[in-house]
Design a protein around this ligand. Sequence first.
Ligand code: H79
Length: 436
Amino acid sequence: MYTFNREEYNKRMEWYLDARFGMFIHWGLYSIPARGEWVRSEEEIPKEDYMKYFEEFDPVDYDPRAWARAAKEAGMKYVVLTAKHHDGFCLYDSQYTDFKSTNTKCGRDLIKEYVEAVRAEGLKVGIYFTIIDWYHDDYPHYGDRQHPMRNNPAYKNDGRNFDNYLTYMHNQIREICTNYGKIDILWFDFSYDDLRGEAWRATELMDMVRSLQPEVIIDNRLECSGEGYGSLAACKPTPYHGDFVSPEQMIPPNGIQDVEGNDIAWEACVTMNNHWGYCATDHFYKPAPMLIKKLVECVSKGGNLILNVGPDVKGNIPEESMKILQEIGKWMKKNGESIYGCGKSQIAKPDYGRVTAKGNHVYFHLFENTIGPVPLLGVPKDRLKGIRYLATGAEVPVSTSWVHSDYPDIVFADLGLDPVLPDQTDTVLDVILTEE
Ligand code: H79
């Protein structure tokens, strides 16, 4: 029986907290209509009609190795792919359903190939699995606020056997935990209304998961939705507490603390455009420089960022997403040291950017030029060993201008008079301190 153990927890979280940056992949039958992963619910499509995508599914370009390489080049350290989304379609060969990729034209276990590819690129392997299922006959239909048939009394399945559904769901998760070797992250989606915690037979589920995958990291959604912190934050961890908080489409204003005030692990999950699943008409992409700054913001608040891509029907990550990943990768190659293994600093956020920290290094992220010498507010003068541009290693002198007699306690970095920063997105100053 699983119980929370702080030491074991800290140990399994180590790589994840160092990684800081991951890739989310939403991909399934919904990639065919190309209107996002909620299409069946949003358009209240009956099962029979949705089956046409099952008949059609044939991702001829599926190459998870290319996805893994794209993630790696962007500087991401882990990948999480939807083994099953709310529509119930499985990207893997589950023996408990016919609604799976092996029964489509492609005939492949896409999760098996994915796990092998991601592992081969040296990245950590994550599986997204939703505990909601719009396909299963024993899942509430009419009246359930998520379900595609919520408004159609013909789909009143009052006689349903929900426990039967739960057994199905548990069995499918056992397959994920058994058939693909070591899984590093299990990303469950999500609890709502009365369906949370024990309503999913969550203790039993977690006992199974933790015994099959003792080191797996799981999110908090067996008890939460994208909102709510869960029992770990309440300092009363349930057996299904989850290891990190999973704010969806937002970056928490102050990071996340438990009720005793300690910073706790969280991961912001964020889309690149405005959909998780492929959406052909959605070109509202966040620019790469913005996403770089958002990653820095997450780390400066003690969190991770998992950034989503939605490959198209053939299995290709959209060109726009690829460009963004490459641009982020260029910055990460030079400045990754200020992200990996880094977290919150004691030093407060300066008005021109953010601060991340690791050991005796404080990384000042300059999002804009300050005009004139850059005040490194909060850096103790007597502990300053040196300053360098992280990207090049070039030393940055401490400004000695007479003007600064007005600010005797502040260390200023002298970047010269060029108004253009070396990296306009985010120029990182590595401020090295002596040991405390
Ligand atoms: O998998 C992604 C989402 O599909 C899933 N979580 C992430 C990781 C998710 N499921 N439900 N929700 C998030 C919250 C529900 C949002 C909704 Fe809507 C608002 C459902 C209907 C209105 C967003 C906007 C989806 C359709 C329109």
